[in-house]
Design a binder for this molecule. Structure first.
Ligand code: ADP
Ligand code: MG
Length: 214
């Protein structure tokens, strides 16, 4: 019997190493014989969602995006991505390897922007319906380390310019909420050097793969 395609999400603060990890996990999946894998990133991943991403990151002189607008924009982009990429791929047996998903919204707009988490989860139910990841890999990094990596990488965007207090709230919400997920979670200490982070990802991903029998 053909095994069901899995939906894997990578989460964490800016500079946690999500993009780096996704490239590495792609190679690990190949090693496991999984060749049908689609990357996604949020917000983004479709024509409309990438437009929303641009809007989301942009700074407008004299007008701030409200916290509610942020949530609604993110979920608009997510709805487009789910219906035009994630669901069709999974139905065709293509694995999804996602850079951010619902947990980011709970951590950033819930923890960071103080929108009640239950309200976010209610929009989430409307947008995602029965769609649930099979696995979340959470790269836990301190905001100081993550932001210093992000600063080296490129100019900071609208969200990356928030203060350390904001990111501390985002991180603590991430850490609380991974215990509330209805699916498997791999927790990685991403403060460590890259070789060690990769080793830990490999060991835990292979163990998960064995436990779920592919
Ligand atoms: N464990 C690590 N130690 C040191 N540098 C890292 C580590 N993981 C990633 N980096 C570097 O930090 C920067 C941010 O990593 P990236 O994968 O883009 O993070 P994210 O996608 O989570 O924002 C990149 O330049 C990357 O090479
Ligand atoms: Mg990235």
């Amino acid at each position: 019997m053909k095994n069901k395609a899995k939906f894997i999400v990578v989460e964490g603060l800016e500079g946690a190493g999500k993009s780096t990890a996704i490239n590495y996990i792609y190679d690990l999946l190949l090693e496991l014989g999984i060749t049908n894998v689609q990357h996604t990133r949020e917000p983004g991943g479709t024509l409309i969602s990438e437009e929303i991403r641009r809007l989301f990151k942009k700074e407008f002189e004299g007008e701030n995006l409200t916290a509610i607008s942020e949530v609604l924009l993110i979920f608009s982009a997510r709805s487009q991505l789910i219906e035009s990429v994630i669901r069709p791929c999974l139905n065709e047996g293509i694995w999804i390897l996602a850079d951010r998903h619902n947990l980011s919204t709970i951590a950033y707009q819930g923890g960071g922007r103080n929108i009640p988490i239950q309200e976010i989860k209610s929009i989430q139910r409307m947008v995602c319906k029965n769609l649930e990841p099979d696995l979340t890999i959470f790269l836990d990094v301190s905001p100081e380390i993550g932001l210093s990596r992000a600063r080296l990488r490129s100019k900071l965007d609208r969200i990356e310019k928030e203060d350390i207090k904001f990111f501390n709230k985002v991180r603590s919400t991430y850490r609380n909420e991974i215990n509330e997920l209805n699916h498997d979670v791999i927790l990685i200490d991403s403060n460590k050097e890259l070789d060690i982070v990769k080793q830990e990802i490999k060991q835990k991903l292979f163990q998960w793969f064995k436990n779920t029998k592919g």
